[in-house]
Design a protein around this ligand. Sequence first.
Ligand SMILES: [Zn+2]
Length: 275
Amino acid sequence: MPELPEVEAWRLMLDPLVKRAPIERAGPAHIATLKTIEPPLSALDGETFKGVERRAKRFLLPTGDEELVVLVHLMSAGRLKYVAPNGKGAKTPMFRVRFADGGELQLTEAGSKKRAGVWLLRPDALRAELAHLGPEADALTTEDVARILASDSRRLHSLLRDQRLIAGIGRAWANEILWAAQLSPYALSTQVGADGTERLATAIHDELQRGLELRVAGANDEKTYRVHGKLGVPCARCGTPIARVDFEEHTIYYCPPCQTEGRVLKDRRLSRLLK
Ligand SMILES: [Zn+2]
């Protein structure tokens, strides 16, 4: 799933493109993709997008008068693409917005599971839709991080991914951030200490910034990640092969000497615990 750096890089690219021309026609949308009925998509016809904004992992496209906002969540397999006038796009995307100059914004989704979503919302409904989200991960101070860690006794990997506490981090950047901070993914949030909190706050900031710069430059996963998906690859800090462990519904990647004092983490999949 694209996380804060990926969505932000995407946003920067799409922002100038969606406001070049007024909307000629919004839709159609796949029945599984469009999550709202009222107002209808036709309410967008003739409006112009103000640009593309972002909240956590969501794209927000407000109209010029900000009376309507299109919210897009890509989930795992969704892609949002601008097709230039006369360009070659998908024939039947999950959702499309056609512009007066012939350009088109298209949401496509690979695979048979349709999980990506599009919402058309008025400002009050948008506020309600986003109300559960915590502060943006890239704007956190050390004090913010300390407060969040103290607020709940949780394993760090799980806490970092909780959008209600911190918005924008998923499993890939949780792996990258914890490696950079030299903290165990299984460490309890309330036992991190002052030094660890400082390292975590720095790592959140620096890793998301590093990710954004790489993604803006077009870097792929292989080039962007240092630990995520890198089982057996030598740790960039100590040379030990990167290890992996299943935790909840996720796979965690980590370096044992750098993060767990050399300990190998135990499988904490729910399915395994229930056996
Ligand atoms: Zn290491």
